[in-house]
Design a protein around this ligand. Structure first.
Ligand code: NI
Length: 169
């Protein structure tokens, strides 16, 4: 499966993804291909819409964790504590900005075997889960910035940059 990244400002990124009604072989193969694509692009999360599929799934792989698949995810609880992190996105290559989000979340989803699960995540995994879930609702991390901050970071934006070739600042 040859997946192409959808990059900002493509309108698809602003669409809301549809619920997956059947976790079948096609979804399992798609999730595998998304994990492969995420690794190839040196990302730590990737949502369906980012490879052109308006389906509610995303994959994550943060350091120290294993690759994870979240199908039809919802965040059912967030911590009061917030944290700030210099966030990026494979669909907005080479752009980073500080975004404040809850430090921890409890998420409910289905895995690639069609099993429902609950999990508590904090730190970087919690952040990635929130970022990827936003993608399923057409939200990008730059939406959290003030207009001035957004204009500032986006001034150097070049959608043709290959994210795998950019070193993080
Ligand atoms: Ni992203």
């Amino acid at each position: 499966m040859d997946l192409q990244l959808v990059v900002h400002p493509e309108a698809l990124l602003r669409e809301k993804s549809d619920k997956i009604t059947d976790i079948d072989g096609d979804i399992v193969r798609l999730a595998d291909a998304m994990i492969e694509k995420m690794h190839a692009a040196r990302g730590i999360g990737l949502a369906g819409v980012q490879i052109g599929r308006l389906q509610r799934l995303f994959v994550t792989h943060v350091e120290g964790d294993r690759p994870r698949v979240f199908i039809n995810p919802s965040i059912i609880e967030t911590s009061v504590e917030l944290s700030e992190y210099d966030e990026g996105c494979l669909s907005i290559p080479a752009i980073y900005a500080d975004v404040t989000r809850p430090q921890a979340v409890r998420v409910q989803a289905w895995n690639e075997r069609g099993r429902p699960f609950n999990m508590d995540a904090d730190g970087l995994l919690a952040r990635v889960i929130q970022h990827e879930l936003d993608h399923l609702n057409g939200v990008l991390f730059i939406d959290y910035l003030s207009e001035d901050a957004r204009n500032g970071v986006m001034a150097s934006y070049d959608p043709a940059v290959d994210p795998a070739l950019v070193s993080r600042r």
